[in-house]
Design a protein around this ligand. Structure first.
Ligand SMILES: Cc1ncc(COP(=O)(O)O)c(C=O)c1O
Length: 452
């Protein structure tokens, strides 16, 4: 099958997006009035007209996250292969709840996950699954950890536990854990905020002290979350030390590598993730640094039996169990009906090869270095330390909100603000596009100088 038309449409859109505005200036009322005036759904419209209209809305009323000057929240530019994959998936609409319904799709996912699992150094019998994103993968980790630590949890819930479980993470860890603590019934107070050092990495002394105090007070320490690439500043917690500590204390070691995990395939960057091979579970998102469209997270766990127990399901209306070395995904993950999430990573990997992916990832890391050096040369103060391409920076007396408003108004770039630790807001710029060039960066930094 030839995809020439799609290929040329994508190329046109890419060029249009790159030469157009990045930040929309629109109110909710403007969009609502427009929709109400054109779409009361009483009369059919031609598909061509509606598609053209929707495309115009997306072009005009959206932060263009695939723009080379979008320095944002891990939302990537996407490869042609991954766009084609989305089309194929929609076309065939495979149902991956059971193996028997979609053997090809299930095996393509398994094959792709096994490749990455090998990179992380997990054992061959570890289990992986595609998720809607990092939040679902983190949720999976907590549910499996609870199930393994407390055999009664599945049947009797938290009420049946002898003590209240606690989860340890820094204030820089992703806030999905607060929601997860809420949703699982642990309660948000089950999250213990461990102190960080000046590089925003978890402070091991504080972790040990908190775990000891909790045991003393009758709590049940459950899990330590080490983040490999924090959302705000790209900090990587000391994974080898956390792994050793967790082993010595009988705690579940989860590594949230939602963004930074892709660095594992880069010979230049992978040492920064040393220790991840000792994790009980790992979160890594394909829809971040692997540059595929939204809704592609991954959850990995070295305890397949605990995963099977946590998500066990039996009902007569599902096709019967498949014989042989396969597990039906609805019995090993949060979702039931599930789309073929993994094709976009498989197709892009197969087209670019591992070396192509390494080049994309290392290019972005290099562009991060260019941006870091460029803002420093312009007199900004960089306030985070990371080998990953996210730069947090400020200047004396900077009003970040005002600065960003001017940046958006002039369509220079999209960046955000963040508070690291308990500090004042600073600017945050992350290279998330494999299309960002040195020239883009130098231009943006020069234009920023005119705003201050
Ligand atoms: C470190 C980290 N973990 C988890 C998540 C949540 O991922 P998702 O938005 O894919 O659910 C994010 C999102 O940015 C993240 O940065």
């Amino acid at each position: 099958m030839a995809f020439d038309e799609l290929r040329s449409l994508v190329a046109t859109l890419e060029a249009d997006i790159a030469s157009g505005p990045i930040v929309p200036l629109v109110t909710p009322q403007e969009i609502r009035s427009y929709l109400a005036s054109r779409y009361d759904f009483t009369k059919p419209q031609t598909l061509d007209d509606v598609c053209a209209d929707v495309e115009r809305m997306l072009r005009t009323w959206q932060v263009q996250v695939t723009h080379p000057r979008y320095f944002g929240l891990f939302n990537p530019s996407v490869t042609l292969a991954s766009i084609i994959a989305e089309t194929l998936v929609a076309m065939y609409n495979p149902q991956l709840a059971t193996w028997r319904t979609s053997p090809a799709a299930n095996e393509i996912e398994r094959h792709t996950l096994a490749w990455l699992m090998g990179k992380f150094g997990l054992p061959a019998d570890a289990i992986g699954c595609f998720t809607s994103g990092g939040a679902e993968a983190n949720l999976s980790a907590v549910v499996v950890a609870l199930t393994r630590a407390f055999p009664d949890y599945g049947e009797h819930g938290l009420r049946g536990l002898p003590a209240s479980p606690a989860i340890y993470a820094t204030g820089e860890a992703h806030h999905s854990f607060n929601k997860i603590a809420h949703m699982t019934g642990l309660g948000r107070r089950a999250i213990r905020t461990v102190a960080t050092d000046r590089d925003l990495k978890m402070d091991l002394g504080d972790l040990a002290r908190r775990v000891a105090e909790d045991r003393e007070a009758g709590f049940a320490p459950l899990m330590v979350v080490g983040t490999a690439g924090t959302t705000g500043a790209g900090a990587i917690d000391p994974l080898p030390e956390l792994a050793r500590f967790c082993r010595s204390q009988g705690l579940w070691f989860h590594v949230d590598a939602a963004w930074g995990g892709a660095a594992i395939i880069s010979p230049l960057l992978r040492d920064h993730l040393a220790g991840i091979d000792a994790a009980d579970s790992i979160t890594c998102d394909a829809h971040k640094w692997f540059s595929v469209p939204m809704a592609a997270g991954m959850f990995f766990c070295r305890h397949p039996d605990a995963v099977g127990e946590a998500f066990r399901a039996e009902t007569s209306y599902m096709p019967g169990k498949t014989a042989g070395p396969v597990r039906d995904p609805y019995t090993t993950s949060v979702q039931w009906s599930r789309r073929f999430i993994g094709l976009k990573l498989f197709l892009a990997l197969a087209q670019h090869g591992e070396s192509g992916y390494v080049e994309m990832i290392e290019h972005q890391a290099r562009m991060g270095d260019v941006l870091r050096e460029s803002v420093k040369r312009s007199g900004w103060r960089v306030v985070n330390t990371t080998p990953l391409p996210v730069i947090c920076f400020t200047r004396d007396g900077l009003d970040t909100a005002k600065f960003l408003a001017a940046l958006y108004q002039r369509q220079i770039a999209w960046m955000s603000e963040v508070r690291l630790g308990n500090g004042a807001p600073v600017l945050r710029a992350c290279v998330t596009s494999f299309r960002t060039t040195e020239a883009d960066i130098e231009w943006v930094v020069r234009e920023m100088d005119h705003l201050t």
